[in-house]
Design a protein around this ligand. Structure first.
Ligand code: BCO
Length: 311
């Protein structure tokens, strides 16, 4: 509530906090494509809904960590059209989650995501509709990456094509020891279109990105660690009782970065997003504006009163 009110207030005042307003606007609903690019959101949603199947399930937990599950196991969690719309809707819900701190994106039934549902791809193979789907997914995944939450893709099994792209729309990737991330687009006569190439270059650098895309290389956890695509490796639990599930392991990993009050964690993510996306002078101004939201805040005053030492 407080953040929403703050957002409204900041959007109204165009002077003094231009970068912050712009960032907030970009972080909200009209990010990469809008009507000025010939993009009609309602029309694209309606077209995508014609390809049903599966779901995107969101569980918001009291801990401030949410779990988003790609759920279409009979198609290896391929994203149907209705799942794309569902994903966008869940991103909207997360944008408005004032108590949120972290997000884990996982696939159901021991695999991450096999990309776009090929039956939908075949049916919408004309360039105009392909581009509309591409713009819709770029918007949704850009908003996912810009959420004021620390996000982790928990990759188990396979992340293929659009599934590999989805994994790059999180701040971090944790790979199960049996998992593979593969940008298979070249084998499909494609390049990434959901923003995966642009994000990949920023994550692993242009040399590695070129190798991964032109070779359609299989990235296992070892290669992932070597090139920086992976931030940690999780052990697939054996059958013994008491073994930590992959989700528990990912939650423990994320807990190190989400300890503390939600407004502070969200502010941390916002300054990193602005540093990542804005020119330096704008990023600095945004950082100042975000700083203004935490300076003198309850968390700040409490830390000062308790005379914290950082030994
Ligand atoms: C801009 C977006 C670009 C894209 O994402 S293009 C799509 C890229 N992805 C792909 O090409 C994945 C194709 N699938 C595969 O390679 C294999 O199915 C895969 C994932 C390695 C799994 O292999 P297996 O373990 O042998 O299992 P399987 O092949 O029998 O698959 C089980 C059932 O799942 C289905 N499936 C897998 N990936 C799918 C997809 N992307 N779209 C639609 N259906 C898909 C597959 O057809 C099979 O269904 P069924 O049992 O034959 O009815």
């Amino acid at each position: 509530m407080v953040l929403c009110a703050l957002r409204q207030q900041l959007l109204k005042s165009s002077s003094g906090c231009g970068a912050w307003s712009r960032l907030l606007r970009r972080q909200s609903h009209d990010c990469v494509y809008s009507s000025i690019h010939g993009f009609n959101l309602q029309e694209v949603r309606a077209k995508l809904q014609a390809f049903p199947g599966g779901s995107i399930d969101l569980l918001k937990q009291d801990s401030g960590i949410a779990v988003l599950t790609i759920n279409n196991p009979s198609r290896m969690n391929a994203l149907s059209g209705s799942m794309m719309v569902d994903l966008e809707e869940k991103v909207s819900q997360l944008e408005n989650w004032t108590d949120g701190k972290g997000l884990i994106v996982q696939g159901a039934a021991e695999t991450f995501c096999s990309g776009s549902d090929l039956s939908a791809v075949r049916a919408i193979s004309n360039p105009q509709d392909g581009l509309k789907m591409c713009m819709f997914m770029q918007n949704a995944l850009t908003r996912l990456l810009r959420l004021p939450l620390i996000s982790v893709a928990l990759v188990e099994g396979r992340a293929l094509g659009g599934g590999a792209e989805l994994s790059t729309a999180c701040d971090f990737r944790l790979m199960a020891s049996n998992s593979v991330i593969q940008f298979v687009h070249k084998h499909m006569g494609l390049v990434p279109g959901w923003g995966g190439a642009a994000r990949l270059v920023r994550i692993v650098g242009s040399q590695n990105a070129l190798k991964l895309l032109s070779g359609a290389l299989k990235v296992d956890p070892e290669l992932g660690l070597q090139i920086g695509l992976t931030d940690g490796v999780l052990q697939v639990p054996q059958t013994e009782v008491g073994a930590e599930t992959l989700l528990q392991q990912a939650t423990n990993w994320l807990n190190d970065y989400t300890k503390g009050p939600a407004p502070v964690i969200q502010a941390v993510k916002k300054v990193v997003v602005s540093g990542r996306e804005l020119p330096l002078s704008e990023a600095l101004r945004t950082e100042k504006d975000v700083f203004g939201t935490v300076w003198g805040s309850p968390a700040n005053l409490q830390a000062l009163a308790s005379k914290s030492k950082h030994k």
